[in-house]
Design a protein around this ligand. Structure first.
Ligand code: HEC
Ligand code: HEC
Ligand code: HEC
Ligand code: HEC
Length: 501
């Protein structure tokens, strides 16, 4: 009997055959998928995955297994590139924008503020900054080192934040690196900083449903964001909730929790220092809406023979236009550069005008206090100063603002400028009532004379720093204890996404 005949007389045989075939196909598929998964699990960019111990902070140890990534990572040591507004070469921001000395009077940023450079310098630059002359909380280390996840594990997250910068200092020696972004066993991208996980949770995000492309930005959002220290124990919080991430929503958040970073020493306004809302500002860009991730421009693919790998020399993309921008855009490097500079110039122009207005405003408010102004008449003006400077700083502090989101940058600066103008008008009425001659005399707009003007003794600041670098730092480095995994109270999270997809 042929099969066709059997099936005709006994239909259930047909169904049985069909079922058997289906099961067979399924099993073959499963087997094949397992093989492919094994293969992608075992090899990345041409080299086998070699699991690292959890909490291995030393980039060079990872580098033995992943040489291409390490070789490009250590290029962040290079400080030769400078573009019109960015790059890694030294740039004294207070010398270029002396108004900022007045804007930050009473806050450590008025002492010293430089252009950022590569990740390799993250620990060194914190040691050297005059801003760390004052007592800082341990929280300041959070975005500086691969030693942080290990120390959080050891002391607990809240315990880590509550320690002092100096207490933790001798344990923080390795700059930002591999273990901040990668799972040591699988090399998948992961989130190691609890503040980001907590913020995403407040926004109602399910961490396990985050796509791989979004992770290529979120690894950066662990640090390149606005944040504040909550309460006595300096708990690190991102001012994010379901209202959104923009400057207006973040200001409402900080007003709601009644947060003030410092009281301005001239105007007595209750100020918020903006940190660096790079990730948040980027969200309002055309690129973000098209799903382009930070890594697409700042960590482009490189090809070496048959091997394609991710360039870990994170830097200004203007030093690598052909591998970053031109992968997606037509045209030449010069055309791309001209486009970026045109946007940055527009933002820069509004920024300069706004910061001068704001600096004059603080000084005029100081003159009003000196002439006997009352709390009652000053209160609404001080609130306007807080709001205006918040918007200006959102752009001034955000790296690459003019390049990332030019329209939103110009909007915020314009609103800041308008608020400052309104406040100056109000203040002018107060000054008039008090009989203060106007215009109020202004200081020379030059960094060191302004530092003296706001009462800083820069010689003493520099001497204190020299003593720290000569006496304390060598001891810190000597006693640096590296890998000491302790009991776990925080587990870094690898979202469901597979980084190789
Ligand atoms: C479409 C490409 C692109 C994307 C995507 C992008 N950037 Fe940028 N970024 C730039 C350009 C262009 C600059 C300006 C560099 C300059 O002025 O030299 C810049 C500047 C920066 C800078 C300052 C670098 C310097 O040398 O001054 C930082 C930090 C930065 N970006 C972080 C981020 C983060 C974080 C993200 C994701 C949230 C991101 N970028 C997404 C193109 C991009
Ligand atoms: C700031 C975050 C960050 C740091 C720090 C970092 N990486 Fe990566 N790494 C990435 C991103 C993003 C990718 C691309 C992943 C993807 O899209 O699948 C990547 C990819 C990789 C890959 C996969 C192969 C490839 O080239 O795409 C390896 C291996 C790797 N990194 C090793 C390292 C090593 C070793 C270090 C330390 C020297 C390091 N990474 C530091 C973000 C980081
Ligand atoms: C653990 C915190 C941390 C993470 C994660 C991180 N950064 Fe940074 N980044 C910093 C700090 C701190 C600096 C400034 C270092 C300095 O100036 O000493 C910096 C500097 C930079 C610079 C300036 C480099 C230059 O040469 O001018 C760029 C660009 C940058 N980061 C982009 C990124 C991108 C893109 C990602 C994600 C792929 C990322 N960063 C992830 C903390 C971080
Ligand atoms: C991963 C792909 C990708 C990369 C990399 C990329 N872009 Fe884009 N870019 C886009 C897309 C998509 C758009 C939106 C185009 C549209 O909607 O018409 C865009 C739009 C733009 C625009 C017009 C919108 C605006 O923001 O003003 C400029 C300018 C631009 N890109 C510059 C750059 C520069 C400079 C770089 C490199 C630093 C770069 N792009 C890298 C994909 C990319």
């Amino acid at each position: 009997m042929r099969i066709a005949e059997v099936v005709q007389t006994r239909p259930w045989v047909g169904w049985l055959l069909f079922l058997a075939t289906a099961v067979l196909v399924f099993l073959i598929g499963l087997f094949g998928a397992t093989i492919i998964e094994r293969r992608t699990e075992a090899v990345v960019a041409g080299v086998p995955v070699q699991p690292m111990p959890e909490f291995e902070p030393r980039n060079a140890v990872w580098g033995q297994a992943y040489q291409r990534q390490f070789q490009t990572y250590i290029q962040t040591l290079d400080t030769t590139f400078q573009s019109r507004y960015g790059g890694s070469r030294h740039r004294d921001m207070l010398a270029q924008h002396p108004e900022m000395v007045v804007l930050w009077a009473g806050y450590p940023f008025a002492r010293d503020y430089d252009q950022i450079r590569g990740h390799y310098y993250s620990v060194k630059d914190v040691h050297q900054s005059l801003r760390t002359n004052v007592d800082m909380p341990g929280t300041c280390w959070t975005c500086k080192s691969t030693d942080v996840p290990r120390l959080m594990n050891e002391h607990g997250v809240a315990g880590f934040y509550a320690m002092t910068w100096r207490e933790l200092g001798e344990e923080v020696v390795n700059p930002i690196g591999c273990q901040d972004c990668h799972d040591p066993a699988t090399l998948q991208l992961r989130i190691t900083r609890p503040a980001l996980l907590e913020a995403l949770e407040r926004m109602g995000r399910d961490i396990d449903r985050i796509s791989h492309q979004e992770m290529r930005s979120l690894v950066c959002a662990q640090c390149h964001v606005e944040y504040y220290f909550r309460g006595e124990d300096s708990y690190l919080v991102f001012p994010w909730d379901e209202d959104g991430l923009d400057a207006d929503a973040q200001e409402a958040f900080q007003d709601r929790v009644d947060h003030t970073d410092w009281v301005h020493s001239i105007s007595r306004a209750p100020m918020i220092k903006v940190q660096h809302p790079d990730y948040e500002l980027y969200q309002s860009s055309v690129h973000a809406h098209r799903g382009v991730a930070c890594a697409d421009c700042h960590m482009p693919f490189h090809r070496e023979g048959a091997v394609k790998f991710t360039n870990h020399h994170i830097q200004s993309p203007l030093n690598a236009i052909s591998t970053s921008c031109l992968v997606c855009h037509g045209g030449t490097e010069d055309e791309m550069l001209a486009l970026v500079y045109a946007n940055q110039d527009r933002v820069f122009q509004v920024r300069r005008a706004t910061e001068r207005q704001l600096a004059m405003l603080h000084i005029e408010a100081g003159a009003a206090w000196d002439a006997g102004a009352t709390d009652e008449e000053m209160e609404p003006i001080l609130q306007m100063i807080r709001s205006a400077q918040w918007r200006w700083d959102w752009i001034a502090a955000s790296h690459g603002a003019g390049a990332h989101a030019p329209a939103e940058s110009v909007r915020l600066l314009s609103v800041a400028s308008q608020m400052a103008a309104e406040a100056r008008l109000e203040l002018s009425r107060v000054l008039g009532r008090l009989g203060v001659p106007q215009p109020v005399p202004m200081p020379e707009w030059e960094k060191s004379s302004l530092q003296a003007f706001i009462g800083l003794d820069m010689e003493a600041e520099r001497a204190q720093k020299r003593a720290f670098l000569q006496d304390t730092l060598p001891i810190w480095y000597e006693s640096a204890a590296h890998v000491q995994p302790g009991p776990t109270d925080f587990v870094p999270r690898v979202p469901g996404a597979d980084p190789r997809r």
